[in-house]
Design a protein around this ligand. Structure first.
Ligand SMILES: [Zn+2]
Ligand SMILES: [Zn+2]
Length: 50
């Protein structure tokens, strides 16, 4: 399945799924954003996290 990275917007199949600690919304990050510890923003509640 192809997902859009929530940090950089790149469409990728190489992603990690995590849940927003605030609202539980699934967040997807590509492997490069994960290894670079790029911040993400939850699309649902606006939570920003590493
Ligand atoms: Zn990314
Ligand atoms: Zn959230």
């Amino acid at each position: 399945m192809i997902r859009e990275c929530d940090s950089c917007g790149m469409r990728t199949t190489d992603y990690t799924e995590l849940k927003c600690p605030k609202c539980g919304n699934p967040i997807y990050r590509c492997s490069s954003c994960k290894s670079n510890v790029v911040n993400y923003v939850c699309k649902k509640c606006g939570f920003e996290g590493p």
